[in-house]
Design a protein around this ligand. Structure first.
Ligand SMILES: [Zn+2]
Length: 127
């Protein structure tokens, strides 16, 4: 990922954080799939296509889930911002592999790749 992409993700994270702090309702609208491009913030100049976004129900569920855990979401955004500063943004906390860019566009503060996220959720559900 180059500096320009990182900068775009940082911007998206900051605007997402702002919205989480201020108004959960706007996030709700986005979760229902009104305008994904707007939801991702100012990423229009990033050199990959928004059409490639993972817009499946799983990603949407996460967004809805996040609304219920607002402070948790803000915390993970802060972590993602810290990772940008440390240069470890986009690396999965579970398997240390790179998180796919499409996932990061949908969820800029994702700390886990989809596989690790699913694993964590199934483990949480089993207990
Ligand atoms: Zn992983």
């Amino acid at each position: 990922m180059d500096a320009k992409e990182i900068a775009a993700f940082k911007k998206a994270l900051l605007s997402l954080r702002e919205r989480l702090m201020g108004n959960v309702n706007s996030l709700h609208g986005e979760a229902l799939g009104k305008n994904r491009q707007d939801a991702a913030g100012d990423l229009s100049n990033v050199p990959f296509h928004m059409a490639d976004l993972g817009t499946d129900n799983y990603e949407r569920d996460i967004t809805i889930h996040l609304m219920e855990n607002e402070s948790e979401a803000v915390r993970s955004i802060d972590q993602a911002l810290a990772k940008i500063e440390q240069g470890t943004f986009g690396v999965c906390e579970g398997c240390t592999k790179k998180i796919p860019k499409t996932r990061l566009v949908a969820i800029p503060h994702a700390g886990l790749c989809l596989e690790c996220q699913k694993k964590e959720e199934s483990e949480a559900g089993a207990s």
